[in-house]
Design a protein around this ligand. Sequence first.
Ligand SMILES: *Cc1c(COP(=O)(O)O)cnc(C)c1O
Length: 349
Amino acid sequence: MISKRVRELAPYKTETTEAKVRLSSNELSLQLPEDVKKRIGEEVSRIPFNRYPDPEARELKEVIALRFGVKPENIVLGNGSDELIYYLSIAVGEFSSGVFCPVPTFSMYSISAQVLGRERIEVRLNEEFDIDLQKSLEVIRKKKPALAYFAYPNNPTGNCFSEEGIRAIRNQGVFTIVDEAYYHYSGKTFLKEALEREDTVVLRTLSKIGMAGLRVGILIGKEEVVKEINKIRLPFNITYPSQVIAVLILRDFYHIIEEAIQTVISERQRVYKEMLKMEGIRVYPSEANFIFFKSLYLSGDELYKRLLRKGVLVRNFSYMVANCLRVSIGEREENDAFLQALHEVLTTS
Ligand SMILES: *Cc1c(COP(=O)(O)O)cnc(C)c1O
């Protein structure tokens, strides 16, 4: 007998459409050199698969701590930050209290709340895609949510919310989760506050910096907070191969990742400028590895379909924000294919 709570859930939508150029999931286009792949293969072949992995993933935590400028005691690892979002929605406050987030945003915040039977308290972003502070504070004072999620930068809109807005909401006594999945593309962070305060944590992930397939999410917070969240973590949630491969890449080949990130940042600027020149779309500035844009004459659905017919897959967000789509920044050739296809679609009707 499956609960009503679960039966009423919509299945999580992932992008499985085939296309020559896939710019739909904000992955990092990364070509590892053959010798690096060989090293990875060798390390993987040495894994004793009959054994459980280190339940604490100590080595991985140490490498991540070093790379992110924190201590291993400040870290909880998750099978993707998706899992950490579940843990936070389980651990913070009683289930009778709600979960706040500004919308449109990453859907896992609301899904985790819904699964647990917690009230979802969502307030629409304003015209600039920033937090509608007046309305948010009004609702928060009335509903008293226990926790609030902020994607920073926000997915799918690409901007960072105002820091003051986030702090004003936190000042209402709301446990604040700053999801910095795109930190490497924005450089903006609440890390210092997460390390100093018991009402703030930061989420990071390896997914948007070239390792989405490893499923490694990172929660950073004060040791006291981390200790509590760790109690509900499933014991072996980071697989043996993921631990081994992530350690190797972060320790020995991180320069390759850093270089690819820099390429995406400069490509983002180039693609943005090219899109600004085009008629028929409105482009929004981005601090992430994707660009959000609105179709002005064609419907969003139609633009999406026509791009796909030209072999370019983007993400259609028309169901969330009228006629809006999101394109991930890939390698130069992929971005050129997107720009070319978009130009053709917009100039021939
Ligand atoms: C992609 C994304 C994540 C997912 O991270 P995983 O570590 O792959 O689970 C989390 N938060 C935001 C805002 C994202 O866009």
